[in-house]
Design a protein around this ligand. Structure first.
Ligand SMILES: [Zn+2]
Length: 137
């Protein structure tokens, strides 16, 4: 996966477009210990490119779990569902937050929550603390 074509100017534009939040789990970069990543929504491996409409601002956890995947199976092994695409999908239509836990409201949401491990215990505890501090979502 080549990232060399993503310029500093593009990185800044992508971060600003996302309001410096992960476009998947909505974590704010300012409360993260780690720098966020520029993520390929459609991975290079699957024909993606470095154009702005294929790039998302992404926390390290979401990017790690997504990897080069673009979807997964929901419900049955015959039902292949793509992940949430922050360029074309509206977050609130696919997810809801209940007590810091993120649930999928659609098959796209369910597929994304499942593979990105939004509710892994460490992430959930951290989000609960952020909610209490008024820093999430
Ligand atoms: Zn995230």
């Amino acid at each position: 996966m080549s990232r060399s074509a993503i310029t500093l100017k593009s990185r800044k534009e992508i971060a600003s477009r996302a309001n410096f939040r992960c476009e998947y789990c909505l974590l704010s970069e300012r409360v993260s210990y780690f720098s966020f990543h520029i993520e390929h929504i459609r991975s290079i491996k699957h024909g993606g490119n470095n154009k702005l409409e294929n790039l998302a601002y992404c926390c390290p956890d979401c990017n790690f779990y997504k990897g080069t995947d673009i979807g997964t199976f929901v419900g049955s092994e015959l039902n292949l569902v793509r992940f949430f695409n922050p360029r074309i999908d509206i977050w609130q239509e696919h997810f809801e937050i209940q007590d810091a836990k993120i649930d999928g409201k659609s098959e796209i949401g369910i597929a994304t929550v499942q593979i990105f491990k939004f509710n892994e215990i460490d992430r959930l505890i951290f989000r609960k603390q952020l909610v209490e501090l008024g820093l999430y979502p």
